[in-house]
Design a protein around this ligand. Structure first.
Ligand SMILES: O=P(O)(O)OC[C@H]1O[C@H](O[C@H]2O[C@H](CO)[C@@H](O)[C@H](O)[C@H]2O)[C@H](O)[C@@H](O)[C@@H]1O
Ligand SMILES: O=c1ccn([C@@H]2O[C@H](COP(=O)(O)OP(=O)(O)O)[C@@H](O)[C@H]2O)c(=O)[nH]1
Length: 920
């Protein structure tokens, strides 16, 4: 498979960090050996810093051979002629890096689109890239579509054709009127609640439809081994659509905006669907750690999934989540300053603003950019500093954007009004302090502006990253001007050290920072600039893209390794066939989350009252009855629950009940007995109870259960993150506090803390239970089939290993991850494989059980087990699983010592139904 080439290189370092360091070194080496040699920008234009026409903004025709022969990289693919080619990268973004303007029936002019995403990806050179997206224009006719497709192909672009209605609903509506403001903390639109609710659904439908249209184009052009990199909030459904089409596709998704706190995301009606779809990707990236953290938190709180430092886990599937701060192609900006056309602009600007300090703002005219706030702060500064009024000018470039969205139209008039007022107030006949341009500039003019600026003012109310701040720094090698930067822009995390950070909402603070920046001594400016310049020139867009893609390749390899460590799904047919062929079967069944009725829970919105009352799944009643009544079958339900819970649910079946992890046992036709060892010390119960009461009072929606032999504190329904913090505190207290010397085990569940007497585990109890069962039934023949199935805590997984006697349980737990002891044969994963002889030889016999003293303690209304046990025959085995008739199976767990896994109670229902279907 071509894709494997990237995964299995013999040079692949062992750890992620090693790999990233090695790749970084390689890239540096490549650059120093042959800067830009044979390199082409995204469009296939060869790079040469002395030629202005080829700066990546020109659309001169270029030979595609130049592209193919471009510099090879470490990720290159072997070609038949021995040369290496670059890995194919399909970049999928709402917008193509070019907008198309129709010139005739079949002719199109292509213009570069303005925006951070485009600027960043222009610097991506290390891959054989194709860009799939919308050309920003409605093309109703086939002739036009064909001609545009052809023109775009020359620029390595592939169009997705969206008609006007879709664009209106999907782009103007759902993307820019709903997701964009929400992700920037501006909330959902509110003006007309009814209309909003009505249009929400149709916009959301259009959003899904548009995403599917993007997916169709990707699928058409996808080749094995390609990396598909989806971009931004426009395409949150894309990962799912792609994986549904081909689950092997390598899919990454990157968000260019902030991901808001889960409290904000929670307000979105389609919150869960969007999260789930994004999680279908292999790798999910954000600009900053904060955004990644918010995303994970949303998955935990809204979907109830587990967030780990690696990513988000769902049923053993990990979606890696990480921060990849974007950068710019700094060389392109630094090099441009030497170009004659940029120098001309610089000269012109210097002349025009001679004697005045230049302040600069460059933003799309978007509410998130905080343009009104910026101008108001400038007004405040002029108001308080009359001496500066004729010595400073603010040039604000406000690029029109999303002009069909009403919010953006309102913003334009609002800004114009403030600009007019300020110029009216502080302007003179010959000069105004504020130059406001409602237009974009070309690359050269922009570079020149950056270069002559004394103070750049970036006051975004929220901004994913903000590349303008990077570009300004890159162009300031001579001037070393000051950057005033909003603390709410992602860039604040990378350029915060050298910039003056401000809260854009605090007009007084911003005005004061303007004063500070204008008066800053040269040595301070130099130090600040140097710091940021180093960052911008090191963390480039090339680094960003290369890191993301190599991390994606790596994530796939890791996922494959992880999959190998996860036990396989229980082969239901095999388990049922073997069951039917056996004569003396033992079924050991857990209760909670194995046989219980599932309750529809969503993260912390679980229905606590209904769920806490454990109920047998109604579909299990009939099959369970049949199985229990089968004379060839012995059924044991073993549970952490107390006796009354098991009595209520199973009292009417002919089976064994083992309550409190097997500490109490009864045949449903008999009385409760205890299997507890005599010396079981329970003196600690009161002190632990106090600790549990304390934490329950302080953790809303947590609760605890006091059982005879254990206490369980559960925060399943509480705020997960708070619950985890509280559990950490509690564990620390339990381990180091007043009960630290007691003979007890503190067992941590995924959302619970349990304290038990030492040695209370299901595995320890099963030994005694088995003895009692064999004795009670007067078994003559050995047990020849065991199914042991449950959603057990790690501590209780010794119940699985009890039946696998050839390995000590410590070795068992690491068998899939570590090299096993060469003297100990590993357990075969598949039934019927090699080590039968070993297993048979070591199979437990009743005489082993008998040697263990059962010293019951009488507490309450149960009867201690006090009988003489009977052996089958002298020395013969109780268990005879010689045909590998042993099926241990963990339900709803990702990792387990069990041989097999099942996903949910529903799967258990199917299994038991099938077993019960045929009479024995
Ligand atoms: O395509 P438009 O609707 O006109 O919008 C232009 C782009 O705006 C957003 O840019 C973001 O990406 C930048 C690079 O990562 C980042 O620096 C900035 O903070 C973001 O706002 C948007 O996310 C892009 O998809 C749009 O193309
Ligand atoms: O007249 C202009 C103004 C801006 N830009 C580019 O637009 C991008 C803006 O990116 P940023 O991340 O700052 O914000 P976004 O617009 O993506 O939200 C930068 O690369 C600018 O160089 C441009 O090409 N021409």
């Amino acid at each position: 498979m071509p894709g494997n080439k990237f995964n299995c290189s013999p040079l692949t370092p062992r750890t992620r960090l090693e790999r990233l360091l090695r790749e970084r070194e390689l890239r540096k080496l490549n650059r120093s050996l042959s800067p830009n040699e044979g390199e082409s920008d995204f469009f296939g234009n060869e790079l040469s810093l002395t030629d202005g026409e080829n700066m990546g903004l020109s659309f001169e025709e270029e030979s595609q051979e130049g592209v193919a022969a471009a510099r090879t990289s470490g990720d290159g693919r072997e070609k038949q002629d021995g040369r290496t080619s670059k890995q194919r990268l399909l970049v999928v973004a709402n917008r193509l890096p070019v907008s198309a303007v129709r010139q005739g029936e079949d002719s199109w002019q292509l213009e570069i689109s303005v925006g951070g995403l485009v600027s960043a990806l222009l610097g991506v050179k290390e891959f054989e890239a194709r860009w799939i997206g919308w050309a920003g224009v409605n093309v109703p006719d086939d002739v036009g579509k064909r001609a545009l497709t052809k023109a775009l192909a020359e620029k390595r672009c592939i169009p997705v054709f969206l008609d006007e209605e879709i664009v209106h609903q999907y782009y103007n509506g759902y993307c820019n009127n709903i997701l964009w403001p929400l992700f920037h903390y501006l909330g959902l639109p509110q003006e007309d609640r009814l209309a909003t609710t009505r249009s929400f659904q149709s916009q959301f439908d259009a959003y899904k439809k548009a995403n599917q249209m993007f997916a169709d184009v990707v699928n058409k052009h996808y080749e094995d081994g390609d990396v598909v990199w989806c971009h931004d909030y426009h395409l949150m459904f894309l990962p799912q659509c792609l994986k549904e089409y081909n689950s092997k596709m390598k899919v990454g998704w990157f968000l260019h905006t902030p991901f808001p706190s889960s409290e904000i995301h929670r307000t979105l009606p389609s919150r869960s669907e969007l999260l789930r779809s994004v999680l279908a990707a292999d790798l999910v990236g954000f600009h900053t750690y904060d955004y990644a953290r918010h995303f994970e938190s949303a998955c935990t709180r809204i979907l109830g999934l587990e967030g780990t430092p690696e990513g988000v886990e769902d049923q053993g599937k990990l979606t890696r989540v990480a921060a990849f701060p974007i950068g710019i192609d700094s060389d392109r900006f630094i090099g441009a300053l030497e170009l004659p056309q940029v120098q001309d602009h610089i000269r012109e600007l210097k002349q025009r603003f001679a004697g005045r300090k230049v302040m600069l703002g460059v933003d799309r005219l978007d509410m998130i950019k905080g343009i009104p706030q910026k101008i108001l702060a400038f007004e405040k500064f002029l108001e308080e500093n009359p001496n500066w009024r004729d010595k400073v000018v603010l040039l604000q470039i406000a690029v029109p954007t999303r002009t069909d969205v009403p919010e953006y139209q309102k913003l334009t008039s609002q800004v114009h009004e403030i600009v007019g007022r300020i110029n009216g107030r502080f302007g003179t006949l010959t000069a105004v302090p504020l130059h406001h341009l409602d237009r974009s500039l070309d690359f050269y003019a922009l570079c020149a502006l950056y270069a002559v600026t004394d103070v750049a003012l970036v006051t975004s109310l929220r901004d994913g990253m903000n590349l303008v701040s990077y570009e300004f720094v890159a162009c300031q090698a001579y001037k070393k001007g000051v950057l005033i930067l909003s603390e709410f822009a992602g860039a604040a995390q990378s350029l915060g050290a050298g910039a003056l950070l401000v809260n854009p909402w605090n007009v007084i603070e911003v005005a004061a920072s303007i004063g500070y920046a204008l008066n800053m001594p040269a040595n301070e400016r130099e130090k600040r600039h140097h710091h940021n310049f180093m960052y911008v020139t090191t963390h480039t867009s090339q680094e960003w893209a290369a890191t993301f893609v190599s991390e994606l390749n790596d994530t796939i390899v890791e996922a494959q390794l992880r999959t190998r460590q996860v036990p396989p799904t229980l082969p239901i047919k095999v388990a049922v066939d073997r069951y039917l062929q056996s004569n003396n079967r033992l079924l050991i069944l857990g209760f909670n989350a194995t046989l219980t009725q599932p309750v529809n829970t969503l993260g912390r919105r679980g229905d606590q009252i209904r769920e806490m009352e454990l109920k047998l799944h109604p579909d299990l009643k009939e099959p369970l009855k049949k199985l229990c009544d089968d004379p060839k079958t012995t059924t044991v339900v073993i549970s952490g629950s107390d006796r009354s819970v098991l009595d209520d649910n199973f009292g009417e079946y002919n089976m064994w009940l083992a309550a409190e992890n097997g500490m109490f046992l009864r045949l449903t036709t008999g009385e409760w007995m205890t299997t507890m060892p005599e010396n079981l010390n329970l003196d600690w119960v009161d002190s632990v109870k106090h600790v549990f009461e304390y934490f329950t009072e302080r953790t809303p929606r947590s609760h605890f259960e006091l059982r005879e032999t254990s206490l369980v504190w559960s925060y399943k329904y509480a705020d997960v993150e708070f619950g985890r913090l509280q559990a950490r505190d509690m564990l620390q207290h339990l381990w180091t506090g007043p009960i630290s010397n007691a003979a007890l085990d503190v067992v941590q569940g995924s959302r619970s803390v349990e304290v038990r007497a030492v040695g209370v585990t299901k595995g320890a109890a099963i030994d005694r239970i088995l003895g009692e069962v064999v004795h009670n039934k007067g078994m003559k023949a050995p047990i020849d089939y065991v199914l042991c199935i449950g959603h057990f805590l790690g501590k209780d997984e010794d119940v699985y290993t009890f039946f696998e006697p050839e390995l000590p349980s410590e070795t068992q737990s690491t068998i899939r991850t570590k090299v096993a002891d060469p003297l100990v044969p590993p357990i075969p994963r598949n039934a019927g494989s090699g080590s039968k002889a070993v297993r048979l030889k070591k199979q437990r016999s009743l005489s082993t059980l008998e040697r263990r003293a059962v010293n019951p303690v009488v507490r309450g209304a149960w009867r201690p087990i006090m009988h003489e046990r009977v052996s089958l025959h002298e020395g013969s085995s109780v268990l005879d699983l010689k045909t590998d008739n042993y099926f241990s199976c963990a339900v709803g767990r990702k990792r387990s010592n069990a041989r097999y896994l099942l996903r949910s109670t529903e799967d258990v229902v199917n299994l038991l139904k099938e077993m019960a279907e045929y009479p024995s």
